[in-house]
Design a protein around this ligand. Structure first.
Ligand SMILES: Cc1cc2nc3c(=O)[nH]c(=O)nc-3n(C[C@H](O)[C@H](O)[C@H](O)COP(=O)(O)OP(=O)(O)OC[C@H]3O[C@@H](n4cnc5c(N)ncnc54)[C@H](O)[C@@H]3O)c2cc1C
Length: 300
């Protein structure tokens, strides 16, 4: 029986494991090796590690955990159930594990725009988060992708990083007159044609080609098409979700299920590495305090 099983070995899961290991808990971390930022070579906005390769960050995190005797298994967890005060967890090879507390740190996946060659540029010159990659795109010719009216907010926001911002609605024509006025007033250009091709090399976008063949010089593209949970475990366990598809958590990452905690992108709150790691730390402390309370003898 483990004190804690952590599912997900990204920044949230690893930081939780560190706090729990330092609290002398018997912990195992399972990881499927699919971190959300795996397309990127730079992890920005994390003090002391700004610009670090995210793979090196995880490698360093795992190495730091070794001194706390934390078990680590690179395997997917396929199911988890809660029964009689404990969780039963099955890995993809059918091995069964029992634990007193469970932490989901399973992250999110991004919905991508349906654009040819998208993956070639993703994480290098196509991004979703201006706080992660806006600085590196500063003063560039920035495209914002958003069908219908969905890109208006992000296009306006990107003016923070460049004077040259164009909203691409990819062949949709849903912008209202007031939207166009607002965009124009704030210096955002609008391209309504369907996008037929992304052009560039070595991950760096150079042009967006639109229907009719015109090539527009663009050096970066930002999008926001929403996210989904990377794992079905939250649903399987009966977690409550927000209308944005993230798991509802209380102040110290507690879910609505007793003994089940959720940290990082999978949970409510801002989606950045440093926030995920901080939530992992909060969950680690809360879980340890819960275990202390359960195990403490009280005066009769
Ligand atoms: C292209 C890109 C670039 C980004 N750049 C930045 C940046 O510069 N700075 C920044 O702060 N943020 C950045 N982010 C956001 C950042 O990636 C996330 O905020 C962060 O990774 C969240 O950490 P996490 O631990 O919650 O989840 P993740 O890092 O996604 O880790 C979740 C882990 O759980 C595992 N997992 C999921 N389900 C299971 C299962 N059933 N069994 C076992 N393991 C499972 C996955 O395989 C994965 O390894 C970027 C995101 C993207 C997409």
């Amino acid at each position: 029986m483990y004190d804690v099983i952590v599912i997900g070995g990204g920044p949230a899961g690893l930081n939780a494991a560190m706090i729990l290991g330092r609290s002398r808990r018997k912990v195992i971390v399972f990881d499927g090796g699919q971190p959300r930022n795996r397309w990127s070579d730079n992890m920005n906005g994390f003090l002391t590690s700004d610009g670090m390769n995210p793979r090196d960050f995880i490698k360093k995190g795992r190495a730091e955990l070794q001194k706390y005797s934390i078990e680590m298994k690179d395997i997917e967890i396929s199911s988890a159930t809660y029964s009689k005060g404990q969780f039963v967890v099955n890995d993809a090879e059918g091995t069964v594990y029992h634990t007193r507390k469970l932490l989901l740190a399973t992250g999110l996946k991004d919905n991508w725009p349906q654009l040819e060659r998208f993956e070639e540029f993703y994480g290098k010159s196509i991004h979703h988060c201006p706080y992660c990659d806006g600085w590196e795109s500063r003063d560039k010719a920035i495209a914002v992708y958003g069908k219908g009216r969905s890109g208006i907010g992000q296009a306006l926001a990107m003016k923070n990083w460049s004077a040259d911002v164009t909203l691409y609605t990819d062949g949709t024509d849903k912008l209202r007159r007031s939207d166009l006025e607002l965009l124009e007033l704030n210096g955002v250009k609008v391209a309504r044609e369907k996008i037929t091709q992304l052009e560039g090399e070595d991950g760096m976008l150079r042009h967006i080609v639109v229907q009719g063949g015109e090539k527009r010089a663009q050096q970066a593209l930002f999008f926001s098409e929403g996210t989904k949970q990377q794992s079905a475990l939250g649903k399987m366990l009966g977690c409550e979700f927000t209308n944005k598809g993230v798991i509802k958590t209380r102040r110290l990452q507690q879910s609505n299920i007793p003994g089940l905690y959720v940290a990082g992108d999978a949970a409510r709150d801002m989606q950045m590495v440093i926030v995920a790691a901080a939530e992992g730390a909060k969950a680690g402390v809360a879980i340890n305090m819960d275990l202390q309370k359960e195990d403490r003898k009280t005066v009769a």
